[in-house]
Design a protein around this ligand. Structure first.
Ligand code: GUN
Length: 282
Protein backbone atom coordinates (compact mmCIF):
# COMPACT_ATOMS: atom_id res chain seq x y z
CA UNK A 1 0.00 0.00 0.00
CA UNK A 2 1.22 3.47 -0.79
CA UNK A 3 -0.06 6.42 1.18
CA UNK A 4 -2.12 9.15 -0.39
CA UNK A 5 -0.05 12.34 -0.20
CA UNK A 6 -1.79 15.17 1.64
CA UNK A 7 -0.18 18.40 0.42
CA UNK A 8 -0.78 21.59 2.37
CA UNK A 9 -1.07 23.99 -0.58
CA UNK A 10 -4.69 23.32 -1.59
CA UNK A 11 -5.74 23.41 2.07
CA UNK A 12 -3.94 26.73 2.64
CA UNK A 13 -5.41 28.18 -0.59
CA UNK A 14 -8.95 27.24 0.45
CA UNK A 15 -8.43 28.64 3.95
CA UNK A 16 -6.90 31.88 2.64
CA UNK A 17 -9.74 32.35 0.15
CA UNK A 18 -12.21 32.13 3.05
CA UNK A 19 -10.08 34.55 5.08
CA UNK A 20 -10.01 37.08 2.22
CA UNK A 21 -13.81 36.88 2.00
CA UNK A 22 -14.16 37.52 5.74
CA UNK A 23 -11.77 40.49 5.50
CA UNK A 24 -13.90 42.08 2.78
CA UNK A 25 -17.03 42.24 4.95
CA UNK A 26 -15.32 43.75 8.01
CA UNK A 27 -16.00 47.43 8.68
CA UNK A 28 -12.34 48.03 9.54
CA UNK A 29 -9.29 46.45 7.86
CA UNK A 30 -7.69 44.00 10.35
CA UNK A 31 -4.15 44.81 11.40
CA UNK A 32 -1.52 42.30 12.49
CA UNK A 33 1.43 43.46 14.61
CA UNK A 34 4.44 41.17 14.23
CA UNK A 35 7.11 41.57 16.90
CA UNK A 36 10.59 40.12 16.54
CA UNK A 37 13.58 40.61 18.86
CA UNK A 38 17.09 40.02 17.48
CA UNK A 39 18.15 38.59 14.13
CA UNK A 40 17.71 34.83 14.39
CA UNK A 41 17.66 33.92 10.66
CA UNK A 42 14.71 31.51 10.96
CA UNK A 43 12.67 34.13 12.85
CA UNK A 44 13.51 36.81 10.29
CA UNK A 45 12.31 34.54 7.51
CA UNK A 46 9.12 33.45 9.35
CA UNK A 47 8.14 37.03 10.17
CA UNK A 48 8.77 38.09 6.58
CA UNK A 49 6.48 35.37 5.24
CA UNK A 50 3.74 36.23 7.77
CA UNK A 51 3.96 39.91 6.80
CA UNK A 52 3.79 39.08 3.08
CA UNK A 53 0.87 36.68 3.43
CA UNK A 54 -1.11 39.19 5.50
CA UNK A 55 -0.88 41.78 2.73
CA UNK A 56 -1.90 39.19 0.13
CA UNK A 57 -5.22 38.57 1.90
CA UNK A 58 -5.97 42.23 2.63
CA UNK A 59 -4.75 42.35 6.24
CA UNK A 60 -2.62 45.35 7.22
CA UNK A 61 0.62 44.31 8.81
CA UNK A 62 3.28 46.10 10.83
CA UNK A 63 6.63 44.56 11.70
CA UNK A 64 8.38 45.64 14.90
CA UNK A 65 11.95 44.40 14.46
CA UNK A 66 13.65 45.17 17.77
CA UNK A 67 17.40 44.91 18.38
CA UNK A 68 18.90 41.94 20.26
CA UNK A 69 19.71 44.35 23.13
CA UNK A 70 16.03 45.16 23.78
CA UNK A 71 15.18 44.85 27.48
CA UNK A 72 12.23 42.98 28.89
CA UNK A 73 10.74 46.31 30.01
CA UNK A 74 11.03 47.79 26.51
CA UNK A 75 9.31 44.78 24.99
CA UNK A 76 6.53 44.89 27.58
CA UNK A 77 6.08 48.62 26.91
CA UNK A 78 5.65 47.95 23.19
CA UNK A 79 3.08 45.22 23.90
CA UNK A 80 1.14 47.59 26.17
CA UNK A 81 1.02 50.13 23.33
CA UNK A 82 -0.16 47.52 20.83
CA UNK A 83 -2.79 46.22 23.29
CA UNK A 84 -4.15 49.73 23.68
CA UNK A 85 -4.13 50.56 19.96
CA UNK A 86 -7.67 50.00 18.59
CA UNK A 87 -6.29 49.70 15.05
CA UNK A 88 -4.31 46.57 16.01
CA UNK A 89 -6.43 43.38 15.83
CA UNK A 90 -3.74 40.79 16.44
CA UNK A 91 -0.30 40.65 18.07
CA UNK A 92 2.34 37.97 17.53
CA UNK A 93 5.69 37.83 19.32
CA UNK A 94 7.97 35.56 17.32
CA UNK A 95 9.66 32.87 19.44
CA UNK A 96 12.27 32.07 20.57
CA UNK A 97 13.17 35.28 22.37
CA UNK A 98 16.79 36.09 23.25
CA UNK A 99 17.95 34.38 26.47
CA UNK A 100 17.86 37.55 28.58
CA UNK A 101 14.10 37.95 28.03
CA UNK A 102 11.79 35.67 30.04
CA UNK A 103 9.08 34.24 27.81
CA UNK A 104 6.23 33.80 30.27
CA UNK A 105 5.74 37.47 31.25
CA UNK A 106 5.81 38.35 27.55
CA UNK A 107 3.09 35.84 26.66
CA UNK A 108 1.05 37.09 29.64
CA UNK A 109 1.42 40.68 28.47
CA UNK A 110 -0.41 40.13 25.17
CA UNK A 111 -4.13 40.95 25.44
CA UNK A 112 -5.82 37.49 25.15
CA UNK A 113 -8.32 38.98 22.67
CA UNK A 114 -5.40 39.92 20.36
CA UNK A 115 -3.36 36.76 21.00
CA UNK A 116 -3.40 35.33 17.48
CA UNK A 117 -0.82 32.67 18.44
CA UNK A 118 -3.15 31.30 21.14
CA UNK A 119 -0.23 31.16 23.59
CA UNK A 120 -1.65 33.31 26.43
CA UNK A 121 -2.50 31.13 29.47
CA UNK A 122 -6.13 32.30 29.27
CA UNK A 123 -6.42 31.01 25.71
CA UNK A 124 -4.53 27.82 26.59
CA UNK A 125 -7.04 27.15 29.36
CA UNK A 126 -9.96 27.90 27.03
CA UNK A 127 -8.52 25.45 24.52
CA UNK A 128 -8.22 22.63 27.05
CA UNK A 129 -11.75 23.41 28.22
CA UNK A 130 -12.86 22.88 24.62
CA UNK A 131 -14.08 26.34 23.68
CA UNK A 132 -11.14 28.48 22.57
CA UNK A 133 -11.73 31.25 20.07
CA UNK A 134 -8.04 31.66 19.20
CA UNK A 135 -6.26 28.33 18.80
CA UNK A 136 -2.51 27.83 18.16
CA UNK A 137 -1.88 28.02 14.44
CA UNK A 138 -0.04 24.81 13.58
CA UNK A 139 -2.48 22.39 15.26
CA UNK A 140 -5.46 24.41 14.03
CA UNK A 141 -4.02 24.19 10.51
CA UNK A 142 -3.64 20.41 10.89
CA UNK A 143 -7.35 20.09 11.75
CA UNK A 144 -8.11 22.13 8.62
CA UNK A 145 -6.03 19.66 6.63
CA UNK A 146 -7.79 16.60 8.09
CA UNK A 147 -11.18 18.18 7.33
CA UNK A 148 -10.14 19.21 3.81
CA UNK A 149 -9.14 15.65 2.92
CA UNK A 150 -12.24 14.17 4.57
CA UNK A 151 -10.33 12.28 7.26
CA UNK A 152 -12.63 11.57 10.19
CA UNK A 153 -11.48 12.60 13.67
CA UNK A 154 -14.39 11.90 16.04
CA UNK A 155 -14.15 8.47 17.61
CA UNK A 156 -10.72 7.81 16.07
CA UNK A 157 -7.60 6.92 18.00
CA UNK A 158 -5.06 9.71 17.73
CA UNK A 159 -1.48 9.74 18.96
CA UNK A 160 0.59 12.90 19.20
CA UNK A 161 4.34 12.34 19.41
CA UNK A 162 5.90 15.40 21.04
CA UNK A 163 4.67 17.57 23.89
CA UNK A 164 5.81 21.09 22.97
CA UNK A 165 3.67 24.05 23.96
CA UNK A 166 3.47 25.17 20.33
CA UNK A 167 2.42 21.90 18.69
CA UNK A 168 2.17 18.68 20.73
CA UNK A 169 0.12 19.81 23.72
CA UNK A 170 -2.34 22.04 21.82
CA UNK A 171 -2.71 19.38 19.10
CA UNK A 172 -3.73 16.85 21.74
CA UNK A 173 -6.21 19.30 23.28
CA UNK A 174 -7.75 20.13 19.92
CA UNK A 175 -8.05 16.49 18.81
CA UNK A 176 -9.75 15.80 22.14
CA UNK A 177 -12.04 18.75 21.44
CA UNK A 178 -12.98 17.01 18.19
CA UNK A 179 -13.85 13.79 20.04
CA UNK A 180 -10.77 11.73 19.19
CA UNK A 181 -9.32 9.34 21.77
CA UNK A 182 -5.93 10.91 22.30
CA UNK A 183 -2.59 9.67 23.62
CA UNK A 184 0.47 11.93 23.98
CA UNK A 185 3.84 10.21 23.58
CA UNK A 186 7.24 11.87 24.10
CA UNK A 187 10.93 11.24 24.59
CA UNK A 188 10.36 9.44 27.91
CA UNK A 189 7.58 7.16 26.63
CA UNK A 190 8.69 3.62 27.50
CA UNK A 191 7.25 1.81 24.47
CA UNK A 192 6.60 4.33 21.72
CA UNK A 193 5.54 1.69 19.19
CA UNK A 194 2.82 0.37 21.49
CA UNK A 195 1.25 3.84 21.39
CA UNK A 196 1.80 4.73 17.74
CA UNK A 197 0.67 1.34 16.36
CA UNK A 198 -2.78 1.97 17.87
CA UNK A 199 -3.22 5.33 16.15
CA UNK A 200 -5.54 6.01 13.22
CA UNK A 201 -4.19 9.59 13.21
CA UNK A 202 -0.54 10.06 14.08
CA UNK A 203 0.89 13.56 14.50
CA UNK A 204 4.66 13.69 14.81
CA UNK A 205 6.32 16.85 16.15
CA UNK A 206 9.60 15.94 17.80
CA UNK A 207 12.14 17.90 15.74
CA UNK A 208 14.24 14.85 14.93
CA UNK A 209 14.90 13.95 11.28
CA UNK A 210 13.15 10.80 10.04
CA UNK A 211 12.32 9.77 13.62
CA UNK A 212 9.07 7.87 12.97
CA UNK A 213 9.87 4.58 11.25
CA UNK A 214 7.39 2.40 9.31
CA UNK A 215 7.54 -0.52 11.76
CA UNK A 216 5.62 1.49 14.37
CA UNK A 217 2.87 2.81 12.08
CA UNK A 218 -0.55 1.15 11.85
CA UNK A 219 -1.25 0.18 8.23
CA UNK A 220 -3.62 2.73 6.69
CA UNK A 221 -3.07 5.39 9.38
CA UNK A 222 -3.05 9.08 8.54
CA UNK A 223 0.41 10.45 9.39
CA UNK A 224 0.95 14.18 9.89
CA UNK A 225 4.60 15.21 9.75
CA UNK A 226 5.21 18.51 11.54
CA UNK A 227 9.02 18.31 11.38
CA UNK A 228 11.15 20.82 9.51
CA UNK A 229 14.75 19.60 9.89
CA UNK A 230 17.75 20.75 7.90
CA UNK A 231 20.17 17.92 7.18
CA UNK A 232 23.29 17.61 5.00
CA UNK A 233 23.11 15.14 2.12
CA UNK A 234 26.22 14.89 -0.06
CA UNK A 235 27.42 18.30 1.14
CA UNK A 236 24.07 19.91 0.36
CA UNK A 237 21.38 21.15 2.74
CA UNK A 238 18.02 19.40 2.56
CA UNK A 239 14.75 19.83 4.49
CA UNK A 240 13.31 16.61 5.88
CA UNK A 241 10.48 15.88 8.28
CA UNK A 242 10.22 13.86 11.48
CA UNK A 243 8.79 10.93 9.50
CA UNK A 244 10.99 8.39 7.71
CA UNK A 245 10.31 8.31 3.93
CA UNK A 246 9.50 4.57 4.05
CA UNK A 247 6.38 5.34 6.11
CA UNK A 248 4.74 6.12 2.76
CA UNK A 249 4.60 2.33 2.18
CA UNK A 250 2.52 1.68 5.32
CA UNK A 251 0.42 4.79 5.98
CA UNK A 252 -2.93 5.52 4.34
CA UNK A 253 -2.21 9.25 4.13
CA UNK A 254 0.96 11.28 4.66
CA UNK A 255 1.76 15.00 4.63
CA UNK A 256 4.91 15.80 2.61
CA UNK A 257 7.86 17.84 3.91
CA UNK A 258 8.34 20.41 2.55
CA UNK A 259 4.91 21.31 1.19
CA UNK A 260 2.76 19.94 3.99
CA UNK A 261 1.87 21.35 7.38
CA UNK A 262 4.37 24.26 7.11
CA UNK A 263 2.10 26.11 4.68
CA UNK A 264 -0.85 25.87 7.04
CA UNK A 265 0.65 27.64 10.04
CA UNK A 266 0.84 30.99 8.26
CA UNK A 267 -2.59 30.54 6.64
CA UNK A 268 -4.14 29.79 10.03
CA UNK A 269 -2.46 32.88 11.52
CA UNK A 270 -4.35 34.96 8.97
CA UNK A 271 -7.59 33.20 9.95
CA UNK A 272 -6.88 33.94 13.63
CA UNK A 273 -6.19 37.60 12.87
CA UNK A 274 -9.57 37.93 11.19
CA UNK A 275 -11.23 36.07 14.06
CA UNK A 276 -9.67 38.54 16.51
CA UNK A 277 -10.94 41.46 14.39
CA UNK A 278 -14.43 39.92 14.22
CA UNK A 279 -14.51 39.47 17.99
CA UNK A 280 -13.87 43.18 18.51
CA UNK A 281 -16.57 44.10 16.03
CA UNK A 282 -19.14 41.68 17.46
N1 GUN B 1 8.28 30.04 16.66
C1 GUN B 1 8.09 28.81 16.12
N2 GUN B 1 6.78 28.60 15.88
C2 GUN B 1 6.14 29.72 16.30
C3 GUN B 1 4.76 30.11 16.32
O1 GUN B 1 3.86 29.38 15.92
N3 GUN B 1 4.53 31.34 16.80
C4 GUN B 1 5.49 32.15 17.26
N4 GUN B 1 5.15 33.33 17.75
N5 GUN B 1 6.76 31.83 17.26
C5 GUN B 1 7.08 30.61 16.79
Amino acid sequence: MTARLLPGAPVADALLARVAGRVRVLAQVPRLALVRVGDDPASVSYVRSKDKKAREVGIDSEVHALPETTTQAELLALLARLNADPAVSGILVQLPLPAHIAEEPVLLAVDPAKDVDGFHPFNVAQMWAGHARLNPCTPAGILELLDFYGIPVAGQRAAVVGRSEIVGRPMAAMLLGRDATVTIAHSRTADLGAVTREADILVVAVGRPQFLTPDIVKPGATVIDVGINRIEVGGKGKIVGDVHPDVVQVAGGLTPVPGGVGLLTVAQLMANTVTAAELVQA
